[in-house]
Design a protein around this ligand. Sequence first.
Ligand code: HEC
Length: 216
Amino acid sequence: MLQMTSLGSSTLPLRLLSSISSSTAATLMLVGIVVPTTTIAAETRPEPEPTHSSSANQAQVDLGRYLVTVAGCNDCHTPLRLGESGPEPDLSRMLSGHPEEVVIDTVPQLGDGPWGWMGSYTNTAFAGPWGVSFATNLTPDENTGLGIWTEDIFVEALRSGRHWGQSRPILPPMPWPNLAQMTDEDLSAVFAYLRSVPAITNRVPEPLQPVSSESK
Ligand code: HEC
């Protein structure tokens, strides 16, 4: 109410303004007498302008955290470790991708089936007809994570299924065709959240090429 009056003051004629102001003041007084706590709440409410951008940003990060959780990004991008009751996500390495010290330099042979692919015990390396893919470091680390990625590169990668949004195809089992269906707002929120997690230095290897049929 107060804010509307002050907004109007630049455009409304003076006489009209003074009549609005006095009726507003009367209403406020009435509210003040009948329900004093309402007046206190209104007075202590923060100014909308300065807090707006940071609370909007926080809301975006919260939405991103929610989407990353329900879309299961951690399933592949956070390594599993052996806990007391079995494998569990190693949250000290949250979203940092395939651990660099778990060296995988051979492509396992799967034979003619029925098995079609396999995963490492960390659930961050995956072998199949595409060779071996390694879940990427999604933390904001400058050199080994998404540090230098822009939101545009991120959105383009997930929409096009191309590495960095432009080069080689992104390999399975990264579910980019599903993630490509997210709205612009959701993809921005996921990126904002990924920007907010702790940066972890972990260099994920390049994918390994499939063994060609001649060398089998
Ligand atoms: C089923 C496993 C799996 C899930 C779930 C998954 N990813 Fe991935 N992701 C991968 C793998 C494996 C790669 C590496 C693919 C490659 O090297 O081509 C990857 C790569 C990426 C890349 C790098 C793309 C590029 O340009 O190289 C981004 C960004 C990414 N994932 C984001 C996400 C986000 C965000 C989610 C959740 C909304 C998610 N991923 C869920 C397995 C997964």
